[in-house]
Design a protein around this ligand. Structure first.
Ligand code: SAM
Ligand code: SF4
Ligand code: FES
Length: 352
C-alpha cells in the first residue's frame, strides 16, 4: 500500500477503505502531506473558487445540564461562570451581524432548560421575520424529534450537532453514562429527515482516540453525507478531568481537513476557532488545506470569556467588528476573500 495511491484514490473516487485511511493517517510524511494539501485545496477551489463563507457565532448560554468530560461548560465544573443571553441581546447580536455583512447566524449554547421550544421558536421566528434573507443555524445539543420539528417549523434552516466520535466505546469514555453515541448518531439522521442542512463533526486528538476511531469518523461522515462538518483539535480545559491530556495535533487536524474535502467535495468545512487557538495561523492553514468557512464571534464582548469550553480560546476580548475585519485581512493575505451570501450547500445542484 502506498500513501500516494490512496491520495489519488481519494481524489478520484472520493472514498477509501478503513485500512487505507488508517495507513494514510498513521504514516503520512511531510512531503506526502503537501501533496494531499494541494489536492484538497484544488478540490475546494473547483467547488467554491477563492470564496470563504462566514457564519456569525452567537454563544447564547454557558449553562449546561450535561457533563461531557472534555468540556469546560460541563455541569460539574463549579468554576464555570454561567450566563444566558436574553432574547433582546440575541436579537441585538443579529442586528450588529447583519450590518457587518453576516447572512447566517449560529445560535450555540449548552443544553440550557431555559431555552424551551416556546422561547427558542419565538427567537427563531423573530430573527427570520426581521432578516428573511438570513439563515438561522442552531447548535443547542440534543433535543427531542418533536422539539427539532417545531424549531424547523419556526424557520431554523440548519443544525450543528457533532457526533464527537463514531465509535461507541470511545464515545462512552468521553461522556457520562446517560449519554450515548448511538442516540447522537440517530439524531443526525433525524435532523436530515426533518430537512435541516445538517452538520456533524468530531474532535481531533480527544483522550483515548485511536487512528481507527478517526477512520471510522471519516467513514461515518461519508455515509451520513451531511451538508457541514465541524472538526477541531481537542484542547484541554483546566477544570475538567481531562486537564492533563495533550491537545490535538495541528498536523493531524489539517490532514483530516484535506481528507474530508477530498471525500466530500462540496461539504461546508470550517477552519475552526479551536484550530486558530492552537496555532496563530491555524485558520489560514485550515483554508489552505481545503476548508471553506470561518465563524467569527458575534457574542456580546462582556460574556465572551465565560463561554470557556477549553483553555486560552482566542477572540475573547474582541468586538464582532474587530473579528470580522481581522479575519477578512487574514483571508485576503492568503489569496481568499470572505463573501456575504448565505452560503447554502451546493452539492445537490452540482450533482444535478
Ligand atoms: N452543547 C452543544 C453540543 O454539545 O453539541 C453545543 C455547544 S458545544 C460547546 C460545541 C462543541 O464544542 C462540541 O460539539 C465539542 O466538539 C466542542 N468542544 C467541547 N469541549 C471541547 C474541548 N475541550 N476542546 C475542543 N472542542 C471542544
Ligand atoms: Fe454541554 Fe455541549 Fe459542553 Fe457537552 S459539549 S457539556 S453538551 S456545552
Ligand atoms: Fe477575532 Fe482575529 S478573528 S480578533
Amino acid at each position: 500500500m502506498k500513501t500516494i495511491s490512496i491520495i489519488e484514490k481519494l481524489e478520484k473516487n472520493h472514498t477509501a477503505s478503513r485500512e487505507e485511511l488508517v495507513f494514510l493517517l498513521d504514516g503520512i510524511t511531510a512531503d506526502e502531506r503537501e501533496i494531499l494539501r494541494k489536492a484538497a485545496q484544488k478540490r475546494a477551489l473547483e467547488s467554491f473558487g477563492n470564496r470563504v463563507y462566514i457564519r456569525g457565532l452567537i454563544e447564547i448560554s454557558s449553562v449546561c445540564k450535561n457533563d461531557c468530560l472534555y468540556c469546560g461548560l460541563r455541569r460539574s465544573n463549579p468554576n464555570a461562570v454561567r450566563y444566558r443571553l436574553t432574547r433582546e441581546q440575541i436579537l441585538s447580536c443579529c442586528e450588529t451581524g447583519r450590518s457587518l455583512g453576516f447572512r447566517t447566524f449560529v445560535l450555540q449554547g449548552g443544553e440550557d432548560g431555559y431555552f424551551t421550544d416556546e422561547v427558542m421558536c419565538g427567537i427563531v421566528e423573530e430573527i427570520k421575520r426581521r432578516y428573511p434573507d438570513c439563515a438561522v443555524t442552531l447548535s443547542l445539543g440534543e433535543r427531542s424529534e418533536e422539539s427539532l420539528k417545531r424549531l424547523r417549523g419556526a424557520g431554523a434552516d440548519r443544525y450543528l450537532l457533532r457526533h464527537e466520535t463514531a465509535d461507541e466505546a470511545h464515545y462512552a469514555r468521553l461522556h457520562p453514562k446517560e449519554m450515548s453515541g448511538a442516540h447522537r448518531k440517530s439524531l443526525l439522521y433525524t435532523l436530515k429527515k426533518l430537512g435541516y442542512q445538517t452538520g456533524a463533526g468530531f474532535m481531533v486528538g480527544s483522550p483515548y482516540q485511536t487512528t481507527e476511531n478517526l477512520a471510522d469518523d471519516l467513514l461515518f461522515i461519508k455515509e451520513l453525507s451531511p451538508q457541514m462538518c465541524g472538526i477541531g483539535p481537542f484542547i484541554p480545559h483546566s477544570d475538567t478531568v481531562f486537564r492533563d491530556f495533550a491537545q490535538g495535533s495541528l498536523e493531524m487536524t489539517l490532514t483530516l481537513l484535506s481528507v474530508i474535502r477530498l471525500m466530500n467535495p462540496f461539504i461546508l468545512l470550517p477552519a475552526t476557532t479551536a484550530l486558530g487557538t492552537i496555532h496563530p495561523k491555524g485558520r489560514e492553514m485550515g483554508i489552505l488545506h481545503g476548508a471553506n468557512v470561518v465563524m467569527p464571534n458575534l457574542s456580546p464582548k462582556e460574556h465572551r470569556k465565560d463561554y470557556a469550553i477549553y483553555d486560552n480560546k482566542i477572540c475573547t476580548g474582541d468586538e464582532a467588528a474587530e473579528c470580522i475585519k481581522c479575519l477578512s485581512g487574514r483571508m485576503n493575505a492568503i489569496g481568499y476573500r470572505i463573501v456575504t451570501d448565505r452560503g447554502d450547500y451546493k452539492g445537490m445542484q452540482a450533482q444535478g
